[in-house]
Design a binder for this molecule. Structure first.
Ligand code: SAH
Length: 520
């Protein structure tokens, strides 16, 4: 995508990027797609494009849902084409985000044609299609040297009874090999009957993979004879891909994805968008369906000048104490604006709470002199005491505005001289770019994770009805207490009060639950 710094003449047209969003898993998006999303002025996305990736968009990007989900109001194809042309004429960079690969069914080619006809520049960013990734995530390779030498993709959207049907089922039957059908799970009965009629053997293995590559993935297997009935019994709904062929049998040994420890569990992450990613990606790697619902956002402190002055004087203190990674970042952002030499920090010693905070300090190539084992403020006071006489020590405490005030108070009681540097402010996140709140309301969740008191308070402040059966995981006793004070019940509390500790506790919780469910 063109860089913003390049000067553009006023009447210059924009450009449309027809981008494949991949099959659903956020990790299956190309680097080019991410780059395009990050730079777009306008994003027009479909029902099948994972909305989480809208979190990569610029804050002021215009985001438009084009729908395409049955029964929901959405833009018609003509309206979409017109919209793309209109926005491009305004000189905008537009990302048209489509599920899977933009040129595999789903009308990508028609949109490209309309853009060309309108005389607008465009680019295609291919994506991983669900036709291949869907089977792969169900443990089905679309080819295998000893099973087949060709793969066919076809759409089940067509009515096979239609006389002018574009799909020649007789030819398909003769061709054999692996056949992958997109769309049309609703027509499975008619399609399988037609295949049987054309002489395909009735015990041919068939698999349906629904919401493939997402945390909601489900697979149903059967034979050409019984798959339609099974799908009906199970209420197996779209979107799904169907795989017909011998390769389906390989799933028995190759199924990997549905066996992951958090597979099928939907988990809500409430941290700020930027902080969420570490927790989210680890949960996803364990198979969870993660819903990022940021409840808070980091903003500069109300008095930035006061903060900057304290940063400037940091070298005059005996200690700097950081209580969060965000505080460390805010501190050094200002520090390196004021000074161009790291040595200006002087001989000050550094204390941190929590491993993430310490890591952030180490990222700046500075040594952490004091890091209490427990990641709560009380423990810091204890550690300072251990270090000997605290009396008259000058301590600069870098923290959020309105944080709990036990730390400065206790340190002052011990005789230290404490200055508080308010580095940032957490404010409620009012935007919902990815539609996560709507998704939570519509689809519920198994678990919500709280990583600080402010995530609890701000989640409750959203006033969303509590989804049925959604359990709670807390990072530690202080967060749990806040939650209990708000009338919530804690189901999981991390023993180690950091992200890995929380992850471990969540994992153990579901493992124990699975065992008890298997017993009953
Ligand atoms: N361009 C898309 C396909 C669009 S047509 C691609 O390359 O994947 C829409 C059909 O794609 C759906 O009806 C379904 O058959 C399939 N599909 C898309 N995403 C899917 C997913 N995550 N799981 C299962 N099927 C999916």
């Amino acid at each position: 995508m063109e860089s913003k710094s390049k000067s553009k003449s006023k009447d210059e047209d924009g450009k449309v990027y027809l981008v494949g969003a991949g099959p659903g898993d956020l990790g299956l998006v190309t680097l080019r797609a991410k780059e395009c999303i990050e730079q777009a002025d306008v994003i027009v996305y479909d029902h099948l494009a994972n909305p989480e990736m809208l979190g990569w968009a610029r804050d002021n990007a215009e985001i438009i849902y084009a729908g395409k989900k049955a029964g929901e109001h959405s833009l018609s194809q003509q309206e979409i084409n017109a919209l793309l042309a209109k926005k491009a004429r305004e000189g905008k960079q537009i990302v048209r985000l489509k599920g899977g690969d933009p040129f595999v069914f789903g009308r990508g080619a028609e949109e490209a044609k309309a853009i060309v006809d309108a005389g607008i520049e465009f680019e295609i960013v291919p994506g991983i299609t669900s036709a291949i990734a869907g089977p792969a995530y169900a443990g089905i390779p679309v080819t295998h040297r000893s099973e087949n030498s060709h793969v066919t993709f076809f759409t089940g959207h067509e009515d096979p009874a239609k006389t002018e049907s574009a799909i020649d089922y007789a030819a398909l039957a003769k061709l054999g090999g692996t056949q992958v059908m997109l769309m049309g799970v609703e027509r499975l009965e008619a399609i399988t009957s037609e295949m049987l009629k054309q002489g395909v053997r009735e015990d041919l293995p068939v698999a349906l993979v629904r919401w493939a590559t997402t945390g909601r993935q489900e697979t149903l297997t059967g034979t050409l004879r019984n798959i339609a009935e099974r799908a009906l019994d199970r209420g197996f709904e779209p979107p799904a891909v169907a795989v017909f062929g011998e390769v389906v049998a390989l799933r028995e040994s190759l199924n990997w994805c549905e066996k992951r420890p958090l597979s099928g569990k939907r988990i809500v992450v409430t941290r700020t968008r930027k902080q969420a990613s570490a927790l989210s990606s680890k949960l996803r790697a364990l198979g969870a369906d993660v819903l990022e619902l940021p409840t808070i956002r980091i903003e500069p402190p109300s008095d930035l000048r006061a903060f900057a002055e304290l940063v400037q004087d940091a070298h005059t203190y005996d200690w700097i104490a950081f209580t969060s990674a965000t505080g460390v970042e805010a501190f050094f952002e200002i520090f390196f604006k004021l000074y161009d030499d790291a040595r200006e920090i002087g001989g000050v010693r550094i204390a941190t709470i929590g491993p993430a905070t310490a890591q952030r300090v180490k990222d700046f190539h500075l040594h952490v002199d004091l890091q209490p084992d427990e990641f709560v403020a009380e423990a810091v006071v204890r550690e300072f005491r251990k270090q000997g006489d605290v009396e008259n020590l000058r301590i600069l405490l870098v923290r959020a505005e309105k944080a709990r005030d036990v730390l400065p108070k206790e340190l002052s009681t011990l005789g230290a001289i404490v200055d508080e540097a308010f580095a940032y402010r957490t404010v409620p996140e009012t935007r919902d770019t990815t539609g996560a709140r709507r998704q939570l309301l519509e689809q519920g969740a198994d678990l919500i994770t709280f990583t600080s008191s402010s995530t609890v308070e701000n989640f409750l402040a959203l006033g969303l009805p509590w989804p049925k059966g959604m359990q709670i995981a807390s990072i530690g006793p202080i967060t749990s207490k806040t939650a209990r004070d708000c009338g919530l019940k804690i189901d999981i509390e991390a023993r180690r009060h950091d992200i890995d500790g929380l992850l471990e506790a969540v994992r153990e919780f579901f493992a124990a639950k699975d065992v008890s469910e298997q017993r009953s």
